[in-house]
Design a protein around this ligand. Structure first.
Ligand SMILES: O=C(O)CCC(=O)C(=O)O
Ligand SMILES: [Fe+2]
Length: 528
């Protein structure tokens, strides 16, 4: 459950299911926690308009979550175990204050604990308040306005100025009649009051005694936060807002600067959003040259001119993606990768397996939860993906897009020389590759980021190297220049290509298997 992408485990479960005597309730998720199970079921009912069932499950989830919260908070009362402070010998009052603040911070963090799905690392935002938003709507749908109003009032305890909820509240009050008093749930009132008191103390301590506090709640009112902390919080929120803006921009198309380039399919034709197929990005002879590079790199010898061509081809793709999706900021390379997949020997008929399992490029796909988790080890900073294909003399190996469930295929793209498929890298674009059943399929896989800090350093170095070499060649006499251009290894300076051998063992690309810290320029490798 926590690793829904784990193909081996999925296969094993299917195998067990086929065994005699094994029933569906023989499978138990030992990591499951009651409130998460209820929450997910509740949200699923809600999404398909089954409000009666949604109400039951969401109430259960809320009750269980509050119990889990209390358990977690109680565990904060233990002895103080801060090894980093061991050296310092504080006075009694300082020690008491430090201990108490630590307990308070620990209690506050419990919200994150319960809002984090087992097996995940990032918490669902506004986990408790969102229950009331869902519940007020669901109760209204099943005709229980009194409870809908109570839930709306409970939500307003967290966000008293929320305009849309205030509107709803007015509506419920009118429906119920002015004489009927509507109050929030008492336990939620206490929960909010207590949490606010704790926050007040913590912020006081941060301001006067130092330290930091990462408030886990989004609903904390501004008045409570000291000026010094507010600034930081504002900056964080602004950064977050800008990041979201970048990726969630509506599709608006900029001009394409390259002659001959065609848009073969857009998002509508590919049944999704932020997807596109371009053709004629490369000519046949350019594909051939880069393919030769794939072959040579395998043998540890790389032609300088082909390496430069690869850099140019990927830069051209970057410009195309940038101008097509117009994300409002410069796109930087985050990873460049020349990859070939070769058919395995033997029986190929009716193969239904995948050369690359369904995944999203910047988040961890959770087909059961119909979500995509932006958390490590996913490459969260990847914003756009591009795959520039180099050949079509193979069988199988189509790229396909699916819905979030990872099984409903929404579009398929057949690779060919000069075809560039580009798409936003998030959960809106799960994709995979069918098995290559004959021949060898080569492509340049490219990922782009809007974050300058995440730009691929090796690529910048390689570009600088090319520039430097070009300048040196300009200075050289004519005859020597030609020699340099046609040079395939030998006397020329080292091209920016690793001389490692492509791996020859059967291997599948696994999301998160490459270390983001050590990207290598122009990686060349074989997959099967
Ligand atoms: O080769 C392809 O068509 C897609 C590869 C891919 O999705 C990836 O490497 O993340
Ligand atoms: Fe991918």
């Amino acid at each position: 459950m926590a690793n829904p992408q784990h193909l081996q485990m999925r296969e094993d479960i299917e195998k067990y299911q086929r065994m005699a005597g094994v029933k569906s309730d023989s499978f138990r998720d030992l990591e499951a926690v009651p409130h998460w199970r209820a929450y997910e079921t509740g949200v699923q009912h809600y999404k398909v308009d089954e409000y009666q069932e949604a109400v039951v499950k969401l109430e259960e989830s809320l009750k269980e979550a509050l119990l889990a919260l209390e358990d977690c908070r109680a565990l904060c009362e233990g002895p103080w175990e801060d090894e980093t402070e061991e050296e310092i010998q504080p006075g009694l009052y300082e020690a008491v204050a430090a201990h108490y603040i630590q307990v308070l911070k620990c209690r506050q963090q419990c919200v994150l604990d319960i809002a984090t799905k087992p097996g995940r690392v990032s918490a669902t935002e506004d986990f408790i308040p969102s229950h009331f938003d869902l519940l007020q709507f669901a109760y209204n749908q099943v005709g229980n306005q009194a409870l809908a109003a109570e839930c709306a009032a409970s939500y307003l305890l967290f966000y008293p100025m929320d305009e849309s909820m205030l509107e709803k509240m007015k509506y419920y009050q009118t429906e119920l009649g002015e004489g009927v008093s509507v109050t929030a749930r008492e336990n939620i009132y206490h929960y909010v009051q207590q949490s606010l008191k704790e926050k007040k103390l913590i912020y006081y301590a941060v301001e006067h005694l130092g330290g930091t506090f990462n408030d886990p709640d989004l609903w904390t009112s501004d008045e409570l936060i000291p000026e010094s902390q507010k600034q930081k919080r504002r900056e964080d929120q602004e950064k977050q807002r800008l990041e979201n803006l970048d990726v969630e921009q509506p599709e608006q198309r900029g001009p394409l600067f390259f002659e001959g380039l065609t848009i073969t399919q857009d998002s509508r034709q590919l049944n999704g959003s932020q997807r596109v197929v371009f053709d004629r990005v490369l000519t046949d002879s350019e594909c051939k040259d880069i393919l030769r590079l794939a072959k040579l790199a395998q043998d540890g010898a790389v032609n300088w001119r082909d390496a430069k061509l690869l850099l140019q081809a990927s830069e051209k793709s970057r410009k195309i993606v940038q101008s097509y999706f117009t994300p409002g900021k410069k796109l930087h390379f985050s990873f460049t990768h020349l990859v070939c997949r070769t058919a395995v020997e033997g029986e190929q008929d009716d193969r239904m397996d995948l050369s690359h399992p369904v995944h999203a490029d910047n988040c961890l796909l959770d087909p059961e939860g119909k979500e995509c988790w932006k958390e490590p080890p996913a490459y969260m900073y990847r914003d756009y993906s591009g795959i520039l294909y180099l050949n079509d003399d193979f069988k199988g190996g189509e790229l396909f897009f699916t819905e979030l469930n990872a099984v409903t295929v929404t579009a398929q793209v057949r690779p060919k020389c000069g075809r560039l498929v580009a798409f936003s890298s998030g959960g809106e674009n799960p994709h995979g590759v069918w098995a290559v059943t004959r021949g060898r399929r080569c492509a340049i896989a490219l990922w782009y980021t809007l974050s300058q800090e995440r730009a691929e350093q090796e690529r910048l170095e390689a570009e600088a190297l090319v520039k430097q070499r070009d300048m040196e060649q300009e200075k050289q006499p004519e005859d020597k220049q030609h020699q340099g251009l046609d040079d395939s290894g030998g006397t020329s300076p080292e091209p920016p290509v690793p001389k490692e051998r492509a791996r020859s063992t059967s291997q599948r690309h696994k999301l998160g298997s490459e270390s983001p810290q050590q990207p290598q320029e122009l990686r060349v490798r074989d997959e099967f």
